[in-house]
Design a protein around this ligand. Structure first.
Ligand SMILES: Cc1ncc(COP(=O)(O)O)c(C=O)c1O
Length: 393
């Protein structure tokens, strides 16, 4: 399958059929598996083969199909599917870290990722140093004493600032650190993170991969050695594995992922153009626009795609932002992203409320900032809805 096109892999990759030859992937909704004999049970506990299962926390055929398919799409050797995106972030980091290790991370992180790095890892003797992710000189200085891992979101939530994966990976590898990239905003459609130097890539599959708001999920991708020797033992004994039903939802999501993400990206670009220069909009951040300060990096890292999210600032702070949100007729007010339905989020009062006003200001999250996750509705309806809501501000 590795030589097939991405859209072919997204539909067929990793499929294993039962004796019934089902068209849609089977959901093996079972906690465990019966053995032919006591000897077989003993042998499987000593060393399970590739298609041999013991217990759903360790592995399951439906989950394995999802892991194989997403690994093919990402160009990774292997994958481990998790119960949520946060189980993936936690698993990728905690499974490899020991007391005394150092981690260098970008400061602009989703709140729960920040909680792991700021609150949990230091409790277990891991030193965490934060840098401005877009500034390679800061990475170089912070990595100089050596580090075990670096962690960053390749496109920061919600400001859409990019981190140069290739640039950071070179510095990190020279310092002996593994590069863990939270790639949610780049999506597997535009990601070339492994080829650009990432050692491990994590996704919240809750976002574009499900893409239809049904289930929480996550995945860690990397070398077979890292996934099976480091991640798997940690995940299978600590309980963060993906359920078979969720894996089936994610398999179905992968089939249409590229079609959805490309349509969402086209609409996001149209919306970014339509609101650029609008009298009520003081700033539009979209990596697909020539005005994005990191446009050249977006070209290199994402093949020029701007992604499915547009961030923009409304003149008038929180009051104006709330008036905009409350005037929307098609776009929903919520806090997920990557969904088929377009979603407006006010990060300062929801996803990034935990930060102090100073921290938010430092990350460029103003009270007027809106994060718009663009769905698959008709582009002209979305543009019209957003323009009429801006008129109401
Ligand atoms: C960048 C990023 N990483 C991780 C997560 C966590 O994913 P989940 O909600 O599936 O645990 C999210 C969103 O919630 C996110 O936006």
């Amino acid at each position: 399958m590795t030589t097939k096109g991405r859209r072919t892999q997204a539909v067929h990759g990793g499929t294993q059929r039962s004796q019934w030859g089902e068209m849609s992937e089977a959901i093996f909704l079972t906690q465990g598996f019966a053995y032919d004999s006591a000897e077989q049970a003993e042998a499987r506990f000593i060393q399970a083969g590739p298609d041999e299962y013991i217990y759903a926390r360790y592995g399951n055929p439906t989950v394995a199909m999802f892991e194989k398919r997403i690994a093919l799409l990402e160009g990774a050797e292997d994958a481990f599917a998790t119960a949520s995106g946060m189980a993936a972030v936690n698993g990728a980091l905690v499974s490899m870290l020991r007391a005394g290790d150092r981690v260098v991370a970008a400061r602009a992180l989703f709140g729960s990722c920040l909680y792991i790095l700021e609150e949990i890892l230091p409790r277990f003797g891991v030193e965490v140093v934060f840098v401005d992710g877009a500034d390679l000189a800061q990475w170089e200085t912070a990595l100089a004493p050596g580090a075990k891992a670096v962690f960053f979101e390749s496109m920061a939530n919600p400001t859409l600032e990019l981190v140069d994966i290739e640039g950071v990976a070179k510095l990190a590898h020279a310092a002996g650190a593994l590069v863990v990239v939270d790639n949610v905003f780049s999506t597997p459609v535009y990601s070339k993170a492994i080829a650009q130097g990432a050692d491990a890539v994590v996704y919240s599959t809750t976002k574009h991969i499900d893409g239809q708001g049904r289930a929480l999920g996550g995945v860690i991708l990397g070398t077979r050695e890292f996934i099976r020797k480091t991640v798997e033992p940690y995940m299978k004994h600590t309980g963060g594995s993906m359920s078979p039903f969720t894996a089936w939802i994610m398999l179905k999501g992968l089939e249409t992922l590229e079609l959805r993400v490309r349509a969402q990206t086209a609409s996001a670009g149209a919306i970014a153009e339509a609101i650029s220069g609008h009298a009520k909009v003081t700033l539009v951040s979209y990596p697909g626009l020539d005005s994005h300060p990191q446009r050249a990096l977006a070209q290199r890292q994402l093949g020029g795609a701007g992604g499915t999210v547009v961030a923009f600032e409304i003149d008038g702070g929180k009051e104006a932002a709330f008036r905009f949100c409350n005037a929307l007729e098609i776009v929903l007010i919520s806090n997920n992203l990557g969904d088929a339905k377009t979603i407006a989020t006010h990060p300062a009062t929801t996803t990034h409320q935990r930060l102090t006003p100073e921290q938010r200001a430092g990350l460029g999250i103003s009270d007027g900032l809106i994060r718009l996750s663009v769905g698959i509705e008709a582009t002209e309806d979305l543009v019209a809805d957003i323009l009429q809501a801006l008129d109401a501000v």
